[in-house]
Design a protein around this ligand. Structure first.
Ligand SMILES: Nc1ncnc2c1ncn2[C@@H]1O[C@H](COP(=O)(O)OP(=O)(O)OP(=O)(O)O)[C@@H](O)[C@H]1O
Length: 961
């Protein structure tokens, strides 16, 4: 063997190398047959003409203007009088004979019925086999083995044409050889005569099948396969012997005409479908391959394409002979055939030499390959280069994966924001509707039905924040409004802004009792040049308002002109209060309280109003109409619990009787001296229970927001209904603060003038717990705030206050001077609760009895409710971070409950408190309502839309005077 064996291997490798790089297009030939006798009898004319060796032309002048192509070019075209020998010699010979060099090849015949496929393929097969035998005879140095197989595909069933057994052949997948045909007879040819014998058997078998169908045209696909194995004789049996093995397929396809033309119903239709299934799949495969090898190619959709897969874009050289009838009557089918041919000529195959090596030759080959690779590895730097490259790629992959994760998160977030916005838009639309209705309602209010008394003349040119509707959505009647107007709320404002913005007119029945009325229009200081009453029974003169100098802020405020001596004192008081209301920022005054209320309201508005433009509109309208809303809040106020985590019963409808103080907390609330308690007052309730958050639109100034939040909540799952809205919280806070203020006013006496006071002084003055003693120095307020907050935190814990309430409070009141009011209110309430509970006494509220035990139960219930949101509202990263930080095993049982149990558990640790608030805020979607708290301890929340300061009370101060 030695050098010669090596040369043999080298030769093969050279051939393989050449073949590997030899991608080539499928050879496409077109063969026109002459008109048949039948066609001539029908006086058919021939419309097709081969004008040269590569172009065929359609000559019908009638259709030349049809827009269809008339000339088609291919590798070769053959005229009708061209013999098959020439087709073979000039066209398919080279490809067909590749098989003797170990390269697979396939010759197809494609065309409509009777176009000459069989006629052509018979000749091609015969010439090829003859040339193969000729080749064999000329190459005696090589030993050849020829094997023949034949099969037919009919109705998607594969039949062995060399076997009388009609059992269908199955197609199997072989990992190395691809699709193989089970049990296919493969006869080893002895000589040329043997082959001719087998071919005649095949023809006979085929004829039998077709005769049974009583048809002359073939509707099956026939594949004849000749496999040639050749080895150099001198190496046979030696270590380094190699064998070339390849097949040549001769494929005579069924007619390509449409099923509708050839077949119609029943068996024929089924047959047509199957024929066309294979042909259609062949067409699809060719079309896909013609556009490049991108994506999936559906070889497996038919038996034909499955068997011929290597010949279609694979390891084979392929020629397709498209046969045409020249008759005019077949022009459509001829064009289809040419269309198929046009696609086919774009398909490339990649033929390789197929070598079968002996085991020893294979070992030798592999040894050489190993040596080559080892030498490559020894080359300096090659391994390092590869390692570095791999590392770089790994890093790139990691980075991309991170980006994908991040983008996925952002996408999720964006989608949830879009959903929120969609909900908001829905709510806004509902608000706008309310505004329209409200305007109509206001117009009606101008005419009072009350018995000759002056009633609030409310004319608001900017949209009000709330519309007086009862729970059933009915507008309140004039009488109802009049009743509400009897409310003694200091904020019972009736203001009218004239459409030109230069005047507003106010009137209020409560003026006779000396209650304060103040226009709180945002621009009132500038635009209210004249104040005038609109009255229904008295003269304008009697009820006219006057502008009151407001020295504190250098502006003027609208005040009622008090008729006669009877009201003089009250007028003076009003004047005093007006001054205080208009500009004292650091004192405990009603004006300051209103400012703070406004600030909180704005905060809430910003939480629930998605669009800045809309926000400013709301702001304006709020200041103009807010007072009336407050009044309605009083008379139709939300029912609530104390600030404990209990659920309150449904309390949507507020009865008139609520103006009467109920038994319970209100009676005992220590914020008001016994003698000054007003019988018609009710301690404004806080709603932190199950349904308390559902204020009707008429319930409060914040009812819009509340309704909005409730709308949002109603779109969430039922569990969300257990969460009181922030608006409810603020509405309650405002009411309590207002009561607190009024208590104080009563305590101080009405004639007392007030000056700016520090937060600490406020708390001290109102006689709060001695613990609240303060230096009174405003500069000390931050320190004082910390101290008070610590007290509140402790009492929350003691009194089992709702975590949601704690969260709202903690996040909303963060140390601004005006927060002192709310802290005071909160502390008073907590002291009362604590005191009552510590004595073992229950607190009556809304007909329910609250005890320390029941509040603890409620708190546990709330924690369980919050635990249901842990997986939903926190990302797995957030959860895991919290679990780890709080020492909860990532796989421990009931870890969500463990997490919520730890919430607000260490009230002395402000970091823990802040983090608890952040988590609860996220669980109850507080942050999604608009205010993202920045200090979320690593929790990733939506960025805030507005900074807290941007809508803080300072900015809105001017609008209150
Ligand atoms: N080039 C040609 N020269 C002379 N006669 C031809 C030529 N091609 C086909 N014919 C004749 O046309 C008739 C139909 O040919 P053939 O049977 O080969 O068509 P086919 O396309 O195989 O039809 P089917 O799809 O029905 O099998 C036959 O009688 C055949 O002898």
């Amino acid at each position: 063997m030695g050098a010669i064996g090596g040369e043999e291997l080298m030769k093969w490798e050279k051939m393989q190398g050449m073949a590997n790089g030899s991608e080539e297009k499928i050879l496409v030939l077109v063969r026109l047959r002459p008109l048949s006798d039948r066609e001539i009898l029908r006086n058919e004319v021939s419309d097709w003409e081969c004008i040269n060796e590569t172009t065929i032309l359609y000559r019908n002048s009638l259709q030349e203007r049809s827009g269809l192509p008339t000339a088609y070019s291919f590798d070769r075209v053959f005229r009708g009088d061209c013999p098959t020998r020439k087709v073979y010699d000039d066209g398919t010979k080279e490809i067909a004979l590749s098989v003797v060099n170990g390269i697979n090849s396939t010759i197809f015949a494609y065309g409509q019925t009777s176009s000459g496929k069989t006629y052509t393929m018979n000749g091609i097969t015969e010439y090829t086999v003859a040339d193969i035998y000729d080749y064999i005879q000329k190459h005696e140095e090589r030993a050849f083995v020829l094997k023949f197989a034949a099969m037919e595909i009919y109705n998607e069933v594969v039949r062995d044409l060399l076997s009388t057994d009609n059992t269908p052949l199955r197609l199997l997948d072989d990992p190395e050889r691809g699709t193989i045909i089970e049990r296919l007879t493969e006869e080893t040819l002895r000589d040329w005569n043997h082959l001719k014998e087998l071919l005649s058997i095949c023809e006979a078998q085929r004829q039998i099948g077709e005769t049974s169908l009583n048809e002359t045209s073939s509707r099956s696909h026939q594949i004849l396969r000749l496999t040639i194995e050749s080895s150099a004789r001198e190496f046979i049996g030696k270590d380094n012997s190699t064998t070339l093995a390849a097949s040549v397929n001769f494929v005579d396809l069924a007619g390509s005409e449409r099923a509708s033309q050839a077949l119609s119903v029943g068996q024929r239709l089924k047959e047509g479908c199957h024929i066309n299934r294979s042909l259609l799949t062949l067409g699809t495969v060719i079309r896909k391959l013609s556009k490049g090898r991108h994506g999936h190619v559906n070889y497996r959709d038919s038996k034909l394409t499955r068997i011929l897969q290597p010949s279609l874009g694979g390891n084979a050289r392929t020629a397709i002979i498209c046969t045409l009838s020249p008759a005019r009557s077949h022009v459509e089918q001829s064009r289809n055939t040419l269309l198929f041919a046009s696609c086919a000529k774009e398909v490339s195959t990649n033929a390789q030499v197929n070598v079968v090596m002996s085991d020893k030759a294979l070992v030798k080959h592999l040894q050489r390959e190993v040596a080559r690779l080892e030498s490559e590895l020894r080359t300096p730097g090659s391994i390092n280069d590869h390692t570095a490259l791999l590392r770089k790629k790994d890093l790139q992959i990691e980075k991309l994966e991170r980006e994908v994760r991040e983008l996925t998160k952002q996408l999720d977030l964006a989608q949830s924001q879009i959903e929120d916005l969609q909900q908001m838009v829905g709510s806004q639309a509902s608000r706008l509707l309310d505004m329209e209705e409200k305007k109509a309602c206001e117009d009606e209010c101008l005419i009072s039905e009350s018995s000759g008394e002056t009633v609030p003349a409310i004319r608001i040119f900017r949209a009000p924040r709330s519309c007086e509707r009862d729970n059933a959505g009915e507008e309140l009647s004039h009488r109802q409004i009049s009743e509400h107007s009897l409310d003694r709320s200091p904020s019972n404002v009736a203001s009218t802004l004239m459409s030109n913005g230069s005047k507003f007119h106010c009137s209020d029945a409560s003026l006779g009792d000396g209650e304060f009325v103040a226009g709180t229009g945002e621009d009132s200081d500038e635009i209210c040049k004249e104040v005038q009453c609109i009255e229904t029974g008295k003269s304008d003169e009697d009820n006219r308002f006057v502008m009151v100098d407001n020295t504190e802020n250098g502006g003027r405020s609208p005040m009622p002109r008090v008729p006669g001596n009877q009201n003089r004192e009250e007028g003076e008081l009003l004047s005093t209060i007006s001054r205080r209301a208009s500009g004292i920022q650091n004192g405990f005054t009603y004006g300051a309280l209103e400012q703070n209320i406004q600030r909180v309201q704005k905060t809430i508005d910003s939480l629930v109003t998605p669009y800045p433009e809309e926000q400013s509109r709301w702001d304006s309208s709020t200041t103009a109409s807010g007072s009336r809303s407050l009044k309605l809040t009083r008379s139709r106020s939300c029912r609530a619990n104390l600030m404990v985590g209990s659920s309150s019963p449904d309390s949507e409808t507020i009865q008139d009787g609520e103006a009467t103080p109920p038994d319970g907390l209100e009676k005992n609330f220590p914020g008001r001296p016994e003698g000054l308690r007003r019988k018609h007052w009710k301690i404004p309730p806080f709603t932190f229970g199950a349904n308390g958050g559902r204020l009707s639109r008429s319930n409060s100034q914040s009812s819009n927001g509340s309704g909005f939040v409730d709308d949002l909540k109603s779109q969430n799952n039922a569990a969300d209904e257990d969460i009181p809205s922030v608006n409810t919280f603020v509405a309650g806070m405002k009411e309590m603060a207002k009561r607190q203020y009024e208590n104080k006013m009563d305590d101080q006496g009405q004639g007392t003038d007030c000056v700016a006071e520090s937060p600490g002084k406020i708390l001290k003055d109102i006689g709060l717990d001695p613990l609240l003693e303060s230096s009174g120095d405003p500069l000390q307020w931050p320190l004082e705030f910390e101290r008070l907050r610590g007290l509140i935190l402790g009492h929350w814990q003691t009194c089992n206050v709702s975590l949601v309430h704690r969260t709202y409070f903690f996040l909303l009141f963060r140390g601004e001077p005006m927060d002192s009011i709310y802290m005071e209110v909160e502390l008073r309430r907590l002291f009362f609760l604590k005191e009552t509970f510590s004595k073992g006494n229950p607190v009556e509220q809304d007909g329910r009895t609250l005890t320390l035990a029941s509040s603890l139960k409620a708190l546990l219930r709330e924690r369980r409710m919050l635990s249901r949101f842990v997986n939903k509202r926190l990302t797995s990263d957030e959860r895991n971070r919290i679990y780890q930080k709080w020492g909860i095993g990532l796989n421990s049982k009931k870890r969500r409950l463990q997490l919520v149990q730890r919430l607000w558990s260490h009230t002395e640790d402000i970091d823990h408190v802040s983090e608890s608030a952040a988590i609860v805020a996220k669980l109850i979607k507080f942050s999604q309502q608009g205010q993202a708290i920045k200090e979320m301890f690593g929790l990733s929340f939506t960025p805030p839309r507005l900074s807290r300061r941007s809508f803080g009370w300072k900015n809105s101060t001017a609008s209150l005077v």
